[in-house]
Design a protein around this ligand. Structure first.
Ligand code: ZN
Length: 304
């Protein structure tokens, strides 16, 4: 089987063909995210040159419309990303023309890896997990009772409001909410805090206090998810989470914020390292999620 995996992010779109397994990639390319037409035309071109494809999975940044019965299915909808509002992604990549008839599934770039992590979990008793990405944006994919959560739209927990850390006067950069999680710690927000360009963040030393702020807000997000949805595992990914010290700091703040209110062995300093974890696919979590969507689309088409 050859699955086309397309991961659409705010900085890059990554495409690859997964051969039989959802993490066995070939033909991988990275396309910078510029305008929708320019970017998605390159995706379309890649699709038309990689040979036979059995199914396509698109895991896109959002908010998106992932409801197949909706008129705007396949669109990126109310994104703050300039130029990308109301973009018909599926149409622009050729899903209704040259790839008409190829099974396709469209979901968020966080729901897809959340589902892939869940399906490939070694603990088969688990029924839930949350996947958080911290990068250009902050996103949360949520699997509850073995399914990704979709309701009015899909969870947009990267935009929940934050209680400021005691010595943090930053007002946040989200054009919708100011000091939501994304407004406080997206890579753009962190760069603004430090007066740097985003690509310079990699050079900031581990002892800079910005990482404490960052971990504190990730921990608030984790704590809120624990209180609302009780996920059995939280997986962290995205460019900012390449900063290894953030894992330990985040875990410590989660325990501090929850303050022993939720009693579970995993929520102890001894075991929280097994609860708040790095993705098993590290940088490729989103792409693996997209490949999983393709696999699922093929399965569904065969059941019809
Ligand atoms: Zn926001």
């Amino acid at each position: 089987m050859r699955f086309a995996a397309i991961e659409g992010g705010g900085t890059t779109w990554v495409c690859a063909v997964a051969i039989n397994d959802i993490d066995n990639f070939q033909e991988k390319i990275t396309i910078p995210t510029t305008s929708p037409i320019e970017t998605l035309q390159q995706v379309r071109q890649w699709l038309s040159t990689v040979g036979q494809i059995d199914a396509i999975g698109v895991a896109s940044f959002g908010p998106i419309d992932a409801n197949p019965s909706s008129e705007t299915y396949g669109y990126i909808t109310s994104t703050p990303k300039p130029g990308w509002r109301n973009t018909n992604v599926l149409q622009l990549i050729g899903a209704y023309e040259e790839f008409h008839g190829v099974p396709i599934m469209f979901d968020t770039d966080v729901n897809a890896p959340a589902l892939a992590e869940f399906i490939h979990s070694v603990d088969t008793k688990r029924t839930s997990c949350a996947y958080i990405t911290v990068g250009t944006g902050v996103g949360v994919g949520l699997v509850v009772n073995g399914m990704t959560v979709k309701g009015l739209l899909h969870p947009e927990a990267g935009h929940i409001l934050m209680k400021p850390m005691s010595d943090d006067s930053f007002v946040g950069t989200c054009p919708f909410h100011g000091s939501c999680v994304e407004g406080m710690i997206s890579n753009g927000a962190l760069a603004t805090r430090l007066g740097l360009e985003r690509h310079e963040l990699a050079n900031v030393s581990d002892d800079n206090s910005v990482w404490d702020f960052c971990a504190f807000y990730i921990a608030q997000l984790c704590s809120n998810l624990i209180l609302i949805a009780s996920p059995e595992r939280i997986i962290l990914g995205g460019g900012i989470m390449k900063r290894r010290i953030l894992y330990e700091k985040t875990r410590a703040y989660v325990l501090q914020i929850l303050n022993s209110y939720v009693i579970n062995p995993l929520l102890t300093s001894e075991f929280i390292g097994d609860y708040i974890v790095q993705s098993q696919w590290e940088d490729e979590a989103g792409l693996v999620g997209a490949a999983y969507l393709a696999k699922k689309a093929l399965q569904i088409s065969k059941e019809r």
